[in-house]
Design a protein around this ligand. Structure first.
Ligand SMILES: [Zn+2]
Length: 149
């Protein structure tokens, strides 16, 4: 009862994608740790892509290397997402603080400093600055906005 390998591959690929969806959604796997569940879903997703991209005649160790690259890639992707969420939260908080004190911030600009990536925005009225960095926000805005005359 053997079926063509290609059919089996199509089924296997569909099954993996389905598992990825279940892992991401989470309701059938409530006993799994949420972070690990999401990370494994990313690994499986990347792994299917990377294995699909392999040329026809490759030794087993290159297939294994594709799996390792998927693990590394998934960790990087999640770290980037966390960074994006962290910075956008910092920016929303900074905007709220600025507006409470009467400032009107321009759009955020990305700047690269010794500490890495950070973002800055300036008040369009008084020219004061606020920075958000990995270690928090640095507020150089006055307590109340005074327009430059
Ligand atoms: Zn201002």
């Amino acid at each position: 009862m053997s079926k063509p390998a290609e059919i089996e591959l199509v089924h296997l690929r569909k099954a993996i994608r389905y598992l990825v969806g279940l892992l991401e959604e989470g309701s059938l796997v409530t006993n799994y740790d949420a972070n690990t569940r999401i990370e494994i879903a990313e690994v499986l997703d990347l792994m299917v892509d990377k294995v699909e991209d392999l040329p026809e005649e490759v030794p087993d160790n290159l297939v294994q290397a594709a799996v390792v690259r998927a693990i590394v890639g998934a960790a990087e992707r999640l770290r980037k997402q966390e960074t994006t969420i962290f910075f956008s939260r910092q920016m929303r908080e900074a905007e709220a603080v600025a507006s409470i004190h009467g400032h009107s911030l321009s759009g955020w600009e990305q700047v690269v400093s010794e500490e890495g990536v950070e973002f800055q925005a300036a008040c369009q009225a008084c020219g004061g600055f606020i920075y958000v960095t990995r270690s928090g926000a640095y507020n150089l805005l006055l307590d109340s906005c005074e327009r430059v005359k």
